[in-house]
Design a protein around this ligand. Sequence first.
Ligand code: AMP
Ligand code: GLY
Length: 419
Amino acid sequence: MNILVIGSGGREHALFWKLSESPQTGHIYAIPGNPGMGEMIDISVMDNDAILRFAKEKEIGLVVVGPEVPLMNGLVDDLEKAGIRAFGPRANAAEIEGSKSFAKDLMKKYGIPTARYEVFTEAEPARAYIRREGAPIVVKADGLAAGKGVIVAMTEQEALDAVDAIMEENSFGDAGARVVIEEFMQGEEASLLAFTDGKVIRPMISAQDHKRAFDGDKGPNTGGMGTYAPAPVMTTEMTERAVEEILKPTIAAMAKEGRPYTGCLYLGLMITSEGPKVVEFNARFGDPETQVVLPLLDGDLVEIMCACADGTLADVPIHWKDGAAVCVVLAAGGYPASYEKGHEITGIADAEAMGALVFHAGTAKKDDALVTNGGRVLGVVGMGADIASAVKAAYNAVDRISFQDAYHRKDIAHRALKR
Ligand code: AMP
Ligand code: GLY
């Protein structure tokens, strides 16, 4: 079967790599891809018609959509209409990520545990609510804001300033026409991804992301500086609770609302003293969670994804390997603020020879050299019998790779190591 991956980041490289392993896979393409995935294809992920034409011409049997924006843009809907199998939710189901107010209202209606909240379309009532509730409190732009529309305010003034930035100064454009203001939840965060065909739900192995730029979880938020799996905070009991109290009711709720959800559902969880609560839903795989989850999948990703699309997931058991995986992101110095591009990258083959997986995120080919081309440049994944040995493997591999001004966190998996 020929396969097409949509996207160009580290997550998509990891999907491409795992899909390539399947004995069912014939030719595999990526639009637009990156140098880690071989040949790049010059089609926009937002050009549904061009993607459809490509998929027909190449006789694609499965399209896997990586990022949220093409999902929201109806790519899966259009592929389905054309009779092409696609992994991922339709646009009306991807709304669970695309609109925080939709997600919050859904959880309220169906009793799914999450932070208490109110939605506002005007600034003055939002301010009044903040003054009434006090800090700490969390202010979120409603729409897609590339992970930047969330302000965890430790003081009332910070929260009021966030309302001004989002609603009066339009810092997040249309995404800020509405704001969600919610209760601050105390606890440890974890990511739990699940495969679903709209009826059957199969959780993946848990993971934890490191969103802040600097060691000790300090500094600005980023797209993710590293991950590890499994996350010890997600004990068997906690995972079962997340499945029973969150995943099952959410998938049932989406079906009831006429928005059947298929593909990968990403739960961003806070493990509170009362149990797991939803911080956010994503309608796709996490990045860089995917880079540690898929290496631990003991099975055929093509078979699983086809079953999700075909509604036959009940027939496909899914197994996970023992052991652990750790991903360290190598970033360009300066990221997430401004950074340079075009620096030559060396040492990837050495790192791979040590058994590490190296996923490209922001790279490009220049003449015959591989150069940096983004903020997050590479995801270096080490594996081992436990988190400690996977950490060691990942950092040993990281030490082999260099480019000018390379930056990475030195403390990935610190919470798990401290246990
Ligand atoms: P989100 O984009 O909704 O995942 O939020 C980004 C980050 O903000 C999360 O990963 C959390 O660290 C933090 N956050 C969001 N909502 C809350 C909340 N209600 N309580 C505490 N922290 C939160
Ligand atoms: N790693 C967080 C995300 O993918 O949204």
